[in-house]
Write a protein that binds this ligand. Structure first.
Ligand SMILES: Nc1ncnc2c1ncn2[C@@H]1O[C@H](COP(=O)(O)OP(=O)(O)OP(=O)(O)O)[C@@H](O)[C@H]1O
Length: 634
């Protein structure tokens, strides 16, 4: 057997031969060798060649500046890797964080499997309270839900819903037809910069032939094929396989040349790698599932909406009923799930519940597995809390719904309101941020649930977070009203809640500092006490992990360098203070940004300086118990 660079047809030859089997193809039947049949398989390294080396050669020395799939236009001459054609439509995007999702291109796989319901709010939602008398305004909101209503630049409140839908559909249909015609002559609307391109759901069945081919692979079949092929790889093939997969999964972007004589097993290896790629179409993401509601629109399929918290932020996911009915468990809020084989697309519709510009689409073959061990890297909650003094801008905003936080005040007994769909129960109360109040109307079942929970918490100051509200204004009084995706959280363990509580306390009473040094507990717990030198020496000890209490004297507080900063709750950027609010480049204005720390500590004054990162809970105790105390005392 030889493996050589000159093996032309390895990639540039007939792609069907090298490609993945279609749904109608039988695994293993797409390629047979005239020399070696499978029952008498002769793995790489055992096949004879009189002229060339028997050892497969694999080089992975070139970095791909663009990442897999964009690294080389010409992948002939025995280059084994992921061709741009494959990666473009079946990319292996190992998304490890939300940033990756943000950065990833829109992926759409198999239109039949796509969820085409990207609408945002349930038609049957409880809607905005009417500014007049807090009666819900079903008409306005349900029209808003059906349409992509937007505030007209000229001041016209909302477009006529039915017309807007029709026009959109007609336009998209026309663009689809144009695209189909252009495809016939090998062109596309995308070639014309000024021409709009129809949304993916309108492209069903007319995609570019290559894309259509790529989408027609049967994932289940490919998984079985991969298992079969992979289990047959010989040692040499396995080394190359591992190197390629490692590069792809760790985004190293290497280019590999695998060469050898005819019949030595290059194609076999190629098929094994490609079948692996296609079984991991897109990333695996761990996420907290936090919220669920249904949409059911006249022209869209039913769909579950989930809000998923990823490592840095959260995202709106759509799961079609085929997927929901196909899983044998009900996802539970707060649990962590690993999901794979989903699609990522741009947010195109109004009434988003999060500001994230990407959505996840669960496909029929998306996998969702509960993760038992939570490494606590994914936060339990994630909100985009709006500052009260920015709410005026959100009145009538049909783009992004609003999360609010405040102290519950002036709760009225449950009452009933007449609406267009009949009488509905409402719970009315105010929330305060210490300087202003917002009137809140909670509708129907959510109202009963909230009322019950607040009844059980009488006599204490309750801080509530209400998500996905609509904002209205009446007589200069801002009002928030719950909608279908709205949820409430009373006194959740969330930084912003602690901040607000602290702020409210500061406003009402003098700060009391705890003058007990926490290290006093060490005698009780028998935790060993080490000085700084002894702690540093622990680096050389065999102990891998231990709890210590460290007594340190703070000689000075570094005032010049910033050792913490505020970050936006919509994106990871640092925010700056402007007009009593925190403003981010992304446009978000908030009152309760998250804090990030980048402290340094000194082994001794002026000498070795070590950057360390503390998790927030450690810092809070440090701040209240030590740093604040020291500052005040000195
Ligand atoms: N590890 C393996 N286990 C079983 N069969 C194998 C293995 N490796 C290769 N084969 C078989 O050996 C035959 C030749 O392999 P393959 O077609 O991959 O070689 P090749 O190097 O691509 O040949 P050519 O350069 O002529 O295209 C095929 O029938 C293939 O199924």
């Amino acid at each position: 057997m030889d493996i050589s660079c000159s093996h032309q047809d390895n990639i540039s030859g007939n792609t069907r031969k090298r490609g993945r089997p279609r749904k109608d193809e039988v695994v293993g039947s797409s390629h047979t060798s005239p020399h070696v049949s499978l029952p008498q398989k002769r793995p790489v390294g055992q096949l004879e060649s009189p002229t060339t080396t028997k050892t497969p050669q694999c080089h992975g020395t070139y970095n791909d500046p663009y990442g897999i799939g964009h690294s080389y236009d010409d992948n002939r001459n025995g280059v084994i890797g992921t061709s741009s054609r494959h990666s473009k439509d079946n990319s292996v995007n190992l998304l490890s964080s939300f940033d990756d999702v943000n950065d990833s291109e829109s992926h759409e796989y198999g239109e039949d499997d796509m969820i085409d319901d990207e609408n945002e709010i349930d038609e049957n939602v409880e809607d905005f309270s009417n500014s007049e008398d807090a009666i819900e305004n079903d008409t306005v909101m349900s029209q808003a839900h059906r349409d992509d209503m937007i505030n007209d630049e000229n001041g016209e409140e909302f477009a006529n819903s039915e017309d807007a839908i029709d026009n959109d559909i007609v336009a998209s249909d026309a663009h689809r037809e144009l695209e189909r015609i252009l495809n016939c002559i090998g062109k596309s609307l995308r070639s014309y910069a000024d021409m709009p391109f129809p949304p993916p759901e309108f492209l069903c069945g007319i995609s570019n032939t290559l894309i259509a081919e790529e989408r027609s692979y049967d994932i289940q079949t490919m998984m079985v094929e991969h298992q079969q092929l992979h289990s047959s790889l010989n040692a040499d093939q396995m080394i190359i396989y591992d190197a390629v997969i490692e590069s792809v999964y760790n985004k190293r972007g290497k280019v590999f040349f695998v060469y050898g004589s005819g019949g030595c097993g290059k194609t076999f290896l190629w098929r094994t790698i490609i079948s692996r790629m296609s079984t991991s179409l897109v990333s695996r993401l761990k996420q907290h599932y936090i919220s669920c509601w249904s949409t059911d629109f006249p022209f869209h399929r039913k769909c579950k909406n989930w809000i998923l918290i990823l490592q840095k932020t959260h995202i709106h996911a759509f799961a079609g009923l085929e997927f929901v009915n196909g899983i044998d468990f009900v996802p539970q809020e707060g649990k962590v799930y690993s999901i794979s084989n989903f699609s990522v697309g741009n947010t195109k519709y109004s009434y988003s519940v999060v500001s994230n510009k990407k959505n996840l689409y669960f496909l029929n073959f998306t996998k969702m597995i509960e993760v038992e061990e939570d490494d606590e890297m994914i936060p339990k909650y994630k909100f985009e809390l709006a500052a009260f003094n920015t709410l005026k801008d959100k009145v009538g905003d049909t783009k992004i719904l609003t999360d609010l936080m405040g102290l519950v005040q002036n709760r009225l007994p449950m009452q009933s309101r007449n609406t267009q769909t009949g009488p509905k129960d409402v719970l009315l109360f105010d929330i305060s941020d210490g300087s202003s109040t917002v009137k809140v109307t909670v509708w129907a079942d959510l109202a009963h649930k909230l009322n019950e929970e607040l009844d059980g918490m009488l006599g204490q100051d309750n801080i509530i977070i209400i998500t996905s509200c609509g904002i209205t204004e009446y007589h200069e009084q801002l009002q928030a009203s719950t909608l279908s995706p709205s949820k409430f959280y009373i006194n959740p363990e969330y930084d912003a809640v602690n901040n607000l509580r602290y702020r409210l306390n500061v406003m009402n009473e003098p700060i009391v500092l705890d003058d007990k040094f926490p290290a006093g507990d060490c005698a009780v717990n028998k935790t060993p006490v080490y000085n700084l030198k002894e702690i540093m020496d622990l680096r050389n000890s065999e102990l891998k992990e231990m709890d210590v209490i460290c007594h340190v004297s703070i000689c000075s507080v570094e005032e010049q360098s910033k050792w913490w900063f505020y970050v936006c709750d919509s994106c990871p950027n640092e925010v700056c203070v402007k007009d009593d609010n925190y403003k981010c480049e992304c446009g978000k204005i908030g009152s309760y940004p998250d804090k990030r720390f980048k402290p340094h500590w000194s082994k001794s004054k002026g000498r070795e300086r070590r950057p360390i990162t503390f998790i927030r809970s450690w810092y809070l105790s440090l701040l209240t118990m030590t740093v604040l105390l020291t500052i005040h005392q000195s």
